[in-house]
Design a protein around this ligand. Sequence first.
Ligand code: SF4
Length: 369
Amino acid sequence: MVQDLMKKFHEAAVSPRAQMDKYMAEGKKIVLTAPVYTPEELIHSMGFVPMGAWGADMELNRSKEYFPAFLCSIVQSILELGIKGAYKGASAIVIPSLCDTLKTLGENWKYAVDDIKFIPMTYPQNRKPDYGIAFTKAGYERVIRDLEALGGKYDPAALAESIRVYNKHNAVMRRVDEVLAVHPEITAAERSDIFKSAYFMTKEEHTALVEEFLAELGEAGEEKIGIVVSGILTDAPQLNQIFDEFGMHIVADDVAAQSRQYRTDSPEMDDPLEALAVKFANMDNCSVLYNVKKPRVQWIVDTAKARGAKGVVVVMTKFCDPEEFDYVMIKKACEKADLPLALVEVDRQMVHFEQVRTNLETFRDMLTM
Ligand code: SF4
């Protein structure tokens, strides 16, 4: 039954600690993976369970001892959780260097959370040329050395197998995104659970659950107002509740914590570590990935048109400079394409969503006039 499966997605999405405890009770070691693109395949291949660490909706206290208030709340809440012991038992956290705020997270983590090892993953800005691919590969080699120090073993054959597991998961997530575009009865909150639960389950388990869900999905429900959602993170229950209350149906997302993760597969190559570096080089259409011509902007417009969306909602994580830089271009491109656009701001400390509600209510009225 679809509802039973939705319950499983929801339980995993809202209880990462329970998932962590379950894996640790099975004798598995956990490695936390911070946003935005951590080489999970590598961690998986070395015998660890990668577990997403994108922070949580909470009040920030201790993290303020390390960060100024104007850094994004995702990073601040990751550190807050670390200091408060929410990740206790994890072997390490891998933090990529893809934005300036993430760079400070790693350095602060070393002092604030001394029982969970910080492993940096330094990515190049110019990821596409050969020297960029070589740089990324060298970064992965450093991650291997750090994971070996924690008892992991690197084996190219195991990495090739993990890449197959992750490519299969990518494919099923792309499929669910396509299918949900024509199933308005699946709410924004449920859609969020499907994507969020992927961070707290092994990819093998999540792939099986999503495949089961796709097989069980029945007739499409009544049409709603199709929108494309763009941003870093859109998992706040209050935000999704507002989308649902106003009859908005997410027909596609350009969200870093959701579909952006699954657009690019690792290619088949003799050297799987090189393949992982090529995968990173081949990624595009994301605010934290350097692209001179910003194809992401046109991607949003084209996807909205292709999926029949009536408008685009940009969910801006407060103080996220990579997203703020892109917003002006997104706005101009949507205006040029006659695509209505709304901007709402969120952060992980937010408890009152009335401003978001008012913005989206006005937007709903505009789209249904
Ligand atoms: S990309 Fe934005 S939201 Fe993500 S860590 Fe950097 S500043 Fe925060």
